[in-house]
Each structure stands twice: as structure tokens, then as C-alpha cells.
Design a protein around this ligand. Structure first.
Ligand code: ZN
Length: 314
């Protein structure tokens, strides 16, 4: 596993992405080389490597910046201080796939958990904290509305916009809309530059936060376990850690103007692909926490207290 991880870290480099709310539909994401670092942070991505995310400094808001002694800084923007409303959009063909129970269980199980409680160490300029609350507020399917199994960034935006405009999902500024693509769907950058990302855009006049997380199947670029996994679904179990990653980043940096560090890393970026203490479950796979009655292997997250550190609970 160690060798595999090292290989993956090398092979999957982090792309930088530029998305502004105004430009999201047109969507050119700018990719900057890994290591091009400061002053960029935006769209957070789950990758196996490190990950500055590229957005020009001019596009960022740093009013009210506050440097903490915890290794991550506040830049003045909102956090999701009323709890996260998670929406799952199942894009492609998920027929017969146990992901449709595994990932909703994950999302529901995060709420009130010691793990998600780490996010309560983040707050806005009025000292309103991110509550330990995640609600699975809706799900819908999308059978290839974009007419292809190869999606662009703007197609991800269109999938979210379509779900809202058709009233399959409500328009919810407290929501985080996850576009979950089935294993047959490809997307430029997925599995080569990133495993997932989150951003925001104005959709139907509202500030909508959304994320992309693809099913990697047995591709090890975005998963720790490619033969056996806690819930006997290597793709969904890999997605679980990425969904957690994007969820906690969207809660603490929903508009990409709140919390990141001097390298541009958001909270989950700082602990990506680290897992803390693990245990072996019945099928021989590895897990590190139970959520909603299921075992998962979920990356650690950054605690914004006591000098800052990666942890599985707070
Ligand atoms: Zn990230």
C-alpha cells in the first residue's frame, strides 16, 4: 500500500483550477503546475498529491483576513453556518450499484459525528461557527443529460442547473450539490489531476455550491483500496473519502473566500490521503471510522485549534 500510494502521489498531480462565479458556465479552468503556489487557492480538489489551486489574486476576496496560529487563515467570506444541506445528483448509470446506499449513509452519518465535528473549529467574521450538522436534503438521477460520457467542467455546472431548473432539486444557498458520475463517465482531469473538486456559481440567481466526485472504479489513482474495501464496492468506498473532503471544504470555504492556508490549501487539502489509526473489517479491508453503521476509510481533516493538526475527531 505504501508503494501504491507513493506511486499515486507521483502520478496524480494536482491541477489548478480557475472558476469564478461569472465564468463558471464558460468554464475555462486554468491549470497551473503543481507547486505554483501562493496566492492561489480556489476550487479545492481532492488529489493524491499536493494541491495549490489556481485563481488569480485579483479574483479573490481577502477583506477581513485574519491570520490564526493554527496553520490556516480566514479571508473574510462566509461559512455554511446553518448546517450543510447535501444534495446528490447521480449522473450516468448507477443501476444496481450499492453506491446509492453507501454514499447517502455516509452523508447522513457525518452529521453529529466526532469526525465532522472538526469543522466546528471554523467560523465567520461574526464568530458564527460551522455547526456539526449535515442533512441529506435531496437526491435525483441524471441519465446522461449532457449527451456524452465525457463531461466538461461546464457540463457539471449544467447538470446542477438542470436539476434545479426542472425542480428535481430545490434552489438552496445552504446546499452543496454533489454531481456523482458513474464509472463509465470520463472527465478531463479526473484520475489524472484530481479526484474531485468543489466550487460555486450563480445558478438561477442564487449562489449555488456544487462539487464533482467521480467513481474511479478500481483505478488506484483516487482510492486506497482497489480489490477489497469496507463496503465491498471499491469505487463507492473511494468516493466516500472524496465526498467527505469536498463536503468539509464546502462547509468552511463555500464561496472560495473564507478558509485556506498560505499555500492555498483548504482544510481537507492539508490532510489529504492521511488516515490516522485504522482497523481491519471482516472482509479484510481497512477502515478508520464507522458512520451510519457502515465502516469507512476517510481521510483526516485539519483542526483549526491548538496550533492546528490533522485528526479523525474533535
Ligand atoms: Zn480539497
Amino acid at each position: 500500500m505504501r508503494v501504491l500510494r507513493r506511486f499515486a502521489v507521483i502520478s496524480v498531480l494536482l491541477a489548478s483550477v480557475m472558476v469564478s462565479s461569472a465564468a463558471a458556465n464558460a468554464a475555462p479552468r486554468e491549470t497551473a503546475p503543481p507547486g505554483v503556489g501562493h496566492d492561489i487557492s480556489h476550487v479545492s480538489m481532492s488529489t493524491r498529491g499536493h494541491g495549490p489551486q489556481g485563481v488569480p489574486a485579483a479574483a479573490r476576496t481577502s477583506a477581513g483576513k485574519k491570520t490564526t496560529s493554527n496553520g490556516i487563515n480566514y479571508h473574510g467570506g462566509p461559512v455554511l453556518n446553518a448546517g450543510v444541506h447535501a444534495y446528490l445528483i447521480w449522473y450516468g448509470n448507477w443501476s444496481g450499484n450499492t453506491a446509492s446506499t453507501i454514499l447517502p449513509t455516509l452523508v447522513t452519518g457525518m452529521s453529529g459525528s466526532p469526525y465532522y465535528n472538526i469543522n466546528t473549529t471554523y467560523y465567520d467574521g461574526a464568530n458564527r461557527r460551522v455547526p456539526n450538522s449535515v442533512t441529506l436534503s435531496g437526491q435525483t438521477t441524471d441519465a446522461y443529460s449532457q449527451g456524452s460520457t465525457n463531461l466538461s467542467d461546464s457540463a457539471i455546472n449544467a447538470v446542477v442547473a438542470s436539476a434545479i431548473s426542472s425542480n428535481r432539486l430545490p434552489s438552496d444557498p445552504a446546499g452543496v450539490y454533489f454531481v456523482l458520475t458513474s464509472v463509465d463517465v470520463t472527465k478531463s482531469g479526473f484520475l489524472t489531476s484530481y479526484c474531485g473538486w468543489h466550487t460555486h456559481a450563480t445558478i438561477g440567481g442564487a449562489d449555488i455550491k456544487y462539487a464533482f466526485v467521480g467513481d474511479p472504479g478500481s483505478n488506484g489513482a483516487c482510492s486506497m483500496q482497489t480489490s477489497v474495501s469496507p463496503n465491498n464496492n471499491v469505487g463507492a468506498d473511494a468516493m466516500a473519502s472524496i465526498v467527505a473532503h469536498e463536503l468539509e471544504e464546502a462547509a468552511t470555504d463555500p464561496d472560495l473566500n473564507a478558509w485556506w492556508d498560505v499555500r492555498g490549501y483548504e482544510n481537507a487539502d492539508k490532510c489529504a490521503w492521511t488516515f490516522g489509526a485504522t482497523y481491519t473489517v471482516g472482509n479484510g479491508s481497512t477502515a478508520n471510522m464507522a458512520l451510519g453503521g457502515l465502516n469507512f476509510l476517510i481521510q483526516r481533516n485539519w483542526v483549526n485549534a491548538s496550533g492546528g493538526y490533522c485528526a479523525l475527531s474533535y
